[in-house]
Design a protein around this ligand. Structure first.
Ligand code: ADP
Ligand code: MG
Length: 628
């Protein structure tokens, strides 16, 4: 027998146990902030202040919540010490953020901690000084009602963890992400975040959700937020999603909450993004904050140590509802892209005194100067917990946003903000009016063989002929059922593929068949096309097939049937649509506009680019400095 690396069994010392446990809960400084803010929320705080320094290894979190008595304070640092649950039943019905009683013990095990806390009916506060989990000192001290935790030298005694810390700016970014998630979940709680004495966030108390989102996400969502409402039990959805043109290059502005707990859930992300399919350019991600409310027993929050992931009892149902609610909001929204005219040299100052362009929001521009002043908080009795708010949430708590102004620009490449003087005035057309009047649009010509110019009432309409035709074909193809008309080719088309693609061609062949393409393997690398769908008979089929082979993931198991159909419809539409540079007759232009009007999502092509741009009379008046 070789010598075993295992020595005699023994129970580990308490602090080592806590350090190991901390490994799961406290992964980085941002985790400390998350746990402590959640404790403050659970304590019914009206105002929370977070201050970080020392390369994010030191932070103070102060709240005006219910505080702890001198007896409770030392208990709170023990593992499995919690005031929030006492039975299994409670776990199932948990409505507080915490319940595992692990956070404070874990933080205490990996840092130097000073806990100061006072309940409303106590005359003085209790202070504990703790190092590596050991309480070094306990004494009474003067301090306001509430709790303040000073956490210093995070990971001072866990060198491995310390080594895994990223650069201070990365850690700060993660902390910011955590803090903003928490701040969104409770817009009624005031929150201040300071770093090196600079205010990074200053969110006033009692904000509406919309105002809080606007402040956090910045001016790029101004006029872009669409409210979500669905009051049907057992799943209630609230929140806001942004119009497609507010899309970002990553997912940092997507927020999901379940019973107000910030969470990440793959299914929710996927269904949310699906709702934007065909509205966003590839590589762009939609923006939104979606609050899902379910009965506590329908969701398991105890599947992940930090409770960031949750499991629903019925995942598919929740996903389906999210998809439907978001899709509806997008359909209802007017997505007409209005033009943004060039800034004139002496453009008048916006009469409102202007939301400045600096209000980028922390996800917009890094120099976010968040201007909204901090209103003095009304005194909140600590007992006024967040539960009451939770109950009243669905009942008109959320201020409904003004979606009266139809300000939107279609493409992410066009600057998003429209100064007020350029935004269509109330006399301008609404989305519905506009859709109606496309019928009467009088084409007057083409620019560069690419853009149709049309008069549309007293507005000027510019249509990208390729994008518009793509949208029309896409909807036609994707709504098509079976028995489609097929046109046999008198002269079959022969083409060859790469030797490596013969296998994939087999899969593609059956996919193409569904759309009316009959392709036969001729032998070797040669294939023959015998028929095409009769309404797409102009398509350059070999070019289409080569494109599909080059860019699609052609594995039998890749993608669901619906995903396939949608992707194929998009590609077919793109290949069959009128090209830029093609001259059109007046009749063809009229037909195109008519067909476009009938589409469900007329204003963008299946890749999310705008199909048309409208220049209204009001905009012209303002541009020519005529009083209206
Ligand atoms: P949990 O939140 O899961 O209960 P924690 O370790 O985070 O576990 O906190 C332990 C206990 O300490 C809480 O249950 C609560 O009673 C008390 N506590 C922690 N933070 C605060 C706070 N900011 N205000 C009042 N009580 C607090
Ligand atoms: Mg906690």
């Amino acid at each position: 027998m070789t010598e075993s690396p295992i020595s005699r069994i023994k129970i580990l010392p308490k602090n080592l146990i806590n350090q190991i446990a901390a490994g799961e809960v406290i992964v980085r400084p941002a985790s400390v902030a998350k746990e402590l803010i959640e404790n403050s929320i659970d304590a019914g705080a009206a105002q929370i202040t977070v201050e970080v320094s020392d390369d994010v290894r030191t932070m103070t979190i102060t709240d005006d919540g219910c505080g702890m008595t001198p007896e409770e304070a030392p208990l709170s640092l023990q593992r499995h010490a919690t005031s929030k649950i006492s039975t299994m039943e409670d776990i199932i019905n948990v409505r507080t953020r915490g319940f595992r009683g692990e956070a404070l013990a874990s933080i205490a095990a990996v840092s130097r901690l000073t806990l100061t806390t006072r309940t409303p009916d106590s005359l003085s506060a209790t202070r504990l000084e703790i190092e590596g989990g050991e309480i070094l000192k306990t004494f009474a001290i003067g301090a306001p009602v509430g709790t303040s935790l000073l956490v210093r030298d995070i990971f001072f005694n866990t060198p491995a963890r310390l080594k895994f810390m990223r650069s201070p700016s990365t850690e700060l970014k993660r902390l910011l992400q955590v803090v903003t998630q928490q701040a969104m979940s409770h817009p009624e709680i005031g929150l201040i975040l300071l770093s090196k004495n600079k205010k990074l966030l200053e969110l006033p108390v009692q904000q509406s959700l919309e105002d809080r989102l606007r402040q956090i996400l910045g001016s790029c969502v101004e006029g872009m937020l669409l409210p979500l409402h669905s009051g049907n039990l057992p799943v209630t959805i609230h929140g806001f999603v942004a119009k497609p043109e507010a899309g970002r290059k990553d997912r940092t502005a997507q927020f999901f909450f379940v019973n107000r707990r910030p969470i990440s859930n793959r299914l929710l992300t996927v269904t949310f993004e699906k709702a934007y399919q065909g509205l966003l350019m590839t590589g762009r991600y939609p923006v939104g904050a979606i609050f899902v409310f379910v009965e506590p027993e329908d969701v398991d929050v105890n599947v992940h140590p930090t409770k960031e992931e949750v499991r629903f009892r019925d995942e598919r149902m929740v996903g389906g509802i999210v998809h439907r609610v978001v899709s509806e909001a997008l359909r209802k929204a007017s997505l007409i892209p209005y033009t943004r005219l060039q800034e004139m040299p002496e453009a008048p100052v916006s009469p409102s005194g202007g939301k400045g362009q600096d209000a980028g929001g922390i996800f917009g521009s890094p120099t976010a100067a968040l201007r909204e002043g901090f209103r003095k908080k009304p005194f909140s009795p600590a007992q006024q917990t967040n539960l009451g708010f939770y109950e009243s949430w669905g009942k008109g708590r959320i201020q409904s946003p003004s979606i009266t102004s139809e300000i939107a620009v279609g493409s992410p490449r066009i600057p998003r903000e429209i100064p007020e003087e350029e935004a269509p005035a109330s006399g301008d057309k609404t989305a519905a009016d506009f859709r109606e009047s496309i019928n009467q649009a009088e084409p007057i010509g083409q620019i560069a063989g690419m853009y149709i110019v049309a008069l549309c009432g007293d507005a000027l309409l510019l249509v990208d002929q390729h994008a518009a035709h793509e949208r029309i074909l896409y909807e036609r193809i994707s709504s098509r059922k079976t028995n489609l008309a097929i046109q046999p080719l008198l002269v079959p088309i022969t083409f060859e593929v790469d030797a490596t693609q013969v296998q994939e061609m087999e899969i593609l062949r059956s996919r193409l068949q569904e759309f009316g393409f009959e392709v036969e393997h001729f032998g070797g690398q040669s294939f023959v096309i015998h028929s095409l769908p009769s309404d797409l008979s102009d398509v350059d089929a070999p070019a289409l097939i080569r494109d599909l082979l080059d860019t699609l993931e052609l594995r039998p198991e890749a993608g669901t049937a619906t995903e396939w159909r949608e992707e194929m419809a998009r590609r077919l539409a793109c290949h069959s649509a009128i090209k830029a540079g093609q001259n059109l007759s007046r009749e063809e232009m009229i037909q195109l506009l008519r067909d476009l009007k009938k589409t469900a999502l007329a204003f963008t092509c299946p890749h999310g680019r705008p199909t048309m741009i409208l220049l209204t009379r009001g905009q012209l008046d303002r541009q020519f400095k005529r009083a209206t």
